[in-house]
Design a protein around this ligand. Structure first.
Ligand code: GRF
Length: 206
């Protein structure tokens, strides 16, 4: 069995998706190993989860940099430091990371993002609220590759979640997150163990 693929996970908040990946990487043959957890802020549960699991962390806060371009460069440096070239293809998982990565960071690595809606419907930071406000009966989650746009990259996997009468943003998001964690864990396993190609936005996992 080949060595697990090293990945960096980026998170901004509760970190339940991160925790699902931390748990999954213990499974024999999972195929991916979290070598660092990066955040854009201090004092969040995601950092505590990483520390509890003994995973190195870094904080790359926009407010610590003169501008967004400098933040992008700083993030790129963190990613390059955590993912040495000799370890194979560089893969980053954005799991509830609430910043748009810039071009320097995206040049360093392939980035997978999880989003709590069925893209291309409801991109952006308020996907669950927007889906509820629109009145959809079914929403869900999408795991996709990140490109320069906001939630516009090629889709890797999607799953539907029905909206229930009386759902609030919180109740619906919690139900989506249950499905989202499982989808993210399974998708990372497939990417790490099989590899993938992208042709005309269509992703083929080998
Ligand atoms: C997830 O639903 C993610 O898609 C969204 O924010 C949530 C993060 O949850 N961007 P957690 O921090 O992983 O618990």
């Amino acid at each position: 069995m080949s060595a697990p693929l090293p990945v960096v996970v980026l998170a901004s908040g509760a970190g339940s998706n991160l925790q699902a990946l931390i748990d999954a990487q213990q499974l024999p043959g999972y195929g991916a190993r979290i070598v660092a957890v990066g955040t854009d802020r201090t004092g969040i549960p995601a950092l505590t989860r990483a520390e509890n699991a003994g995973i190195p962390t870094f904080v790359c806060a926009l407010g610590d940099q003169p501008d967004r371009a400098a933040w992008d460069q700083a993030m790129a440096q963190h990613l390059l430091a955590a993912l040495p070239a000799e370890s194979g293809p560089r893969l980053v998982v954005s799991a509830g990371f609430m910043k748009i990565l810039g071009p320097a960071a995206l040049r360093c690595a392939s980035v997978v993002n999880t989003h709590p809606a069925l893209l291309p419907a409801f991109p952006g930071a308020h996907a669950v609220r927007d889906a509820l406000a629109f009145g959809v009966r079914v929403t869900g989650c999408t795991v996709h590759l990140v490109d320069a746009g906001t939630d516009t990259g090629p889709v890797l996997a999607q799953r539907a979640v029905p909206v229930r009468p009386g759902d609030t943003e919180e109740t619906l998001h919690e139900r989506i997150k249950v499905v989202e964690r499982d989808l993210l864990v399974r998708t990372l396993h497939r990417l790490a163990t099989r590899g993938y190609t992208v042709t005309d936005r269509k992703v083929t996992i080998s």
